[in-house]
Design a protein around this ligand. Structure first.
Ligand SMILES: Nc1ncnc2c1ncn2[C@@H]1O[C@H](COP(=O)(O)OP(=O)(O)OP(=O)(O)O)[C@@H](O)[C@H]1O
Ligand SMILES: [Mg+2]
Length: 393
């Protein structure tokens, strides 16, 4: 699939922008703070209904848009997506709330999503436009906290399959309810046998939903390993094996099949019961899982160089794009922000060659053209970005 057309109104530093695209490689280049990342952010938002940079959607509305005569400021994003079978118009509106408090980090904006002009739930909106974003902060996937890695997996799988998103939402809801029960019981000092019956229901629901989430994540990791390792070798020009390992919060051995994963979790929950009651928390499940990257068995987060970590995240993202294509039958749109920074010339050349072979729509950003090879520049569309305006490259 690819993006035919994109329009921004009051988004970040853009007042109004209307752009048409071809289905190949487009490079946005321009100085720092000109609006390159914001463009990719807008496309990512239309794919996932989220900003990769902030949870507070109020921040996305152009600051100068504030205080226009009596009206609350709002932003509008519109895209036309060419899917395999049809063209779809996607639209997102974000309006500031009347009761907004200044300096609040809470989300003080209201979001409306539309497909072909009809208001839609986020659940149905996600998946219309599929993207894979690579950004310099992705290095956190390798050396950062576990929640980043869980969020990454969840986002990827949600774009591929709406059932995953539904399951995950159900799991999070169950988890919230179960945790508040555990806390309430802890405060009431209710003995374990008094709550056993009530918990049995929640445990069963939780374990079933958790096992669905877990099975999909494990399947994705297996597929990603197959796809990502060779990409890493190409980029780094090495034979070293990059491996991703899923680390569940409760141990189960290889003989446990996907069908009896729920049973396995139930047994573990029973063993943990008194501990969970004492702490008022659900101690195992997909919300506590993690994954890690190794190179020849060594943890890349601890031992990897910046270049290795960066190349590994890029290999991960390119592998993810192929995974999406294999699962959905359509190639996603690649968004590559500041792709070539921190890499040496050889790595750059390998990456640019890989991109030219991808045969899918790619948007990339850079501060200047000197990092690109002549052959690459000839093959692409260029657009110059300056202070929230776009000029022909
Ligand atoms: N809500 C907003 N209203 C107006 N301007 C904003 C808003 N949010 C961010 N900006 C500004 O938009 C500009 C563009 O930011 P962006 O991150 O897109 O730049 P960039 O071209 O990617 O720069 P860099 O090369 O440094 O990564 C910045 O000056 C930023 O401060
Ligand atoms: Mg940027």
């Amino acid at each position: 699939m690819y993006l035919n057309y994109l329009s921004l109104h009051n988004f970040r530093n853009y007042l109004q922008l209307d752009l048409a695209f071809e289905d190949r490689i487009t490079l946005f280049y321009g100085p720092n703070a000109s609006g390159k990342t914001s463009l990719l952010e807008a496309i990512f938002f239309l794919a996932t209904t989220r900003s990769p940079r902030t949870r507070n959607e109020r921040l996305l509305i152009r600051q100068e848009a504030q205080g226009e005569a009596g009206e609350l400021p709002f932003l509008r994003l519109v895209a036309e997506v060419q899917q395999a079978r049809e063209k779809v118009q996607l639209e997102a509106l974000i309006q500031a709330r009347a009761d907004e408090k200044t300096n609040s980090s809470a989300n003080s904006a209201q979001k409306t999503l539309l497909i072909k002009g009809k208001t839609t739930r986020a659940l149905d909106f996600v998946g219309q436009l599929r993207v894979v974003l690579f950004s310099p902060t992705d290095i956190m996937l390798i050396d950062g906290p576990p929640n980043e890695r869980r969020r990454y997996l969840d986002l990827t799988l949600s774009q591929i399959d709406s059932r995953y998103l539904r399951n995950l939402a159900r799991y999070q809801e169950l988890l919230k309810q179960r945790n508040s029960l555990l806390r309430a019981w802890r405060e009431q000092r209710r003995p374990q046998r008094a709550v056993d019956n009530e918990l049995a229901f929640w445990d069963k629901e939780l374990a079933t939903t958790a096992s669905n989430v877990l099975n999909e994540r494990l399947r994705a990791i297996t597929d990603l390993n197959r796809l990502v390792a060779p990409l890493f070798c190409t980029i780094m020009e090495t034979n070293q094996e990059l491996k991703i390992t899923y680390q569940p919060s409760f141990a189960f051995d290889a003989s446990v099949t996907s069908a009896n994963l729920a049973q396995e979790m139930l047994q573990k929950l029973q063993k943990l019961r008194s501990e969970e009651l004492k702490r008022g928390l659900t101690l195992i499940g997909p919300h506590r899982d993690d994954l890690f990257f190794t190179l020849e068995g060594q943890n890349l987060g601890f031992y990897g160089s910046r270049g290795q970590q960066r190349s590994a995240t890029l290999a991960l993202k390119l592998g993810e794009a192929t995974l999406m294509q294999q699962r959905t039958g359509e190639k996603p749109v690649l968004l590559l922000d500041d792709l070539l920074s921190e890499l040496d010339n050889l790595r750059r050349e390998h990456i640019l060659q890989l991109l030219q072979q991808q045969k899918q729509q790619i948007f990339l950003t850079a501060t200047d053209l000197s990092v690109f090879t002549g052959a690459f520049l000839q093959d692409i569309q260029r657009k110059r970005v300056e202070m929230g305006e776009i000029y022909p490259g």
